[in-house]
Design a protein around this ligand. Structure first.
Ligand code: 4NP
Length: 158
C-alpha cells in the first residue's frame, strides 16, 4: 500500500487540497493508499482547511472539512513512502530534519512530478483571493494525475 504525505506551511490550504484531490483519484481508480498532509507553522494546528480551499475543492465534489492541521514530525520519514513539498521553504525544512540520505530518498517538490528537476513552487495562495486557490487547485490536480499514472504504471509492471 502506497503512503503519501503532502507538506506546506499552515496545512490549511495547499497540502490538504493535494490530499483531498489524490484521495478522490485513489477512490476513482481503486487504489488503496494512505494519504495525509501536514505543515511547518503552528498557527493553525487543529484547524480545518481554509474556507477558500474548501470552496474550490467542494465545487469538484471533494470534501476537506474533516481534515485538521498538524505539524511535520521526523517520524513522518518512517511512515510515508513519498513526501511532497509544496515549495522550496518546505523542501529546505524537510532536508534539515532528515536524519540520513534514506530519509531524503523519497522527498521531492510536488511540481517536479509534472516538471522534473525544475523545483517549481506551488505558490502560497493564503494572501490572495479565490482565483489564486483555483490556480493552486489546477496545478495540484495535474500533479496528482501524474502521481496516479505512475502508481498505475508501476503496479502494471509488477
Ligand atoms: P498553506 O497556506 O501553507 O498552503 O496552508 C498558508 C496558510 C496559513 C499561513 C501561511 C500559508 N499563515 O501564515 O498563517
Amino acid at each position: 500500500m502506497i503512503k503519501i504525505l503532502f507538506v506546506c506551511t499552515g496545512n490549511i490550504c495547499r497540502s490538504p487540497l493535494a490530499e483531498g484531490i489524490i484521495r478522490e483519484k485513489f477512490r476513482k481508480n481503486n487504489i488503496t493508499g494512505e494519504v495525509d498532509s501536514c505543515g511547518f507553522e503552528s498557527f493553525h494546528v487543529g484547524d480545518p482547511p481554509d474556507s477558500r480551499a474548501q470552496e474550490v475543492a467542494g465545487k469538484r465534489g471533494i470534501d476537506l472539512s474533516s481534515h485538521r492541521a498538524r505539524l511535520f514530525t521526523v517520524e513522518d520519514f518512517d511512515k510515508f513512502d513519498y513526501i511532497y513539498a509544496m515549495d522550496s521553504s518546505h523542501y529546505d525544512k524537510i532536508t534539515r530534519l532528515a536524519r540520513n540520505d534514506a530519509d531524503m530518498m523519497h522527498v521531492d517538490f510536488m511540481l517536479n512530478v509534472v516538471n522534473p528537476g525544475k523545483n517549481l513552487d506551488v505558490e502560497d495562495p493564503w494572501y490572495h483571493g479565490l482565483k489564486a486557490f483555483e490556480k493552486v487547485y489546477l496545478e495540484l490536480d495535474e500533479a496528482c494525475d501524474r502521481i496516479v499514472d505512475q502508481i498505475i504504471i508501476g503496479s502494471a509492471l509488477k
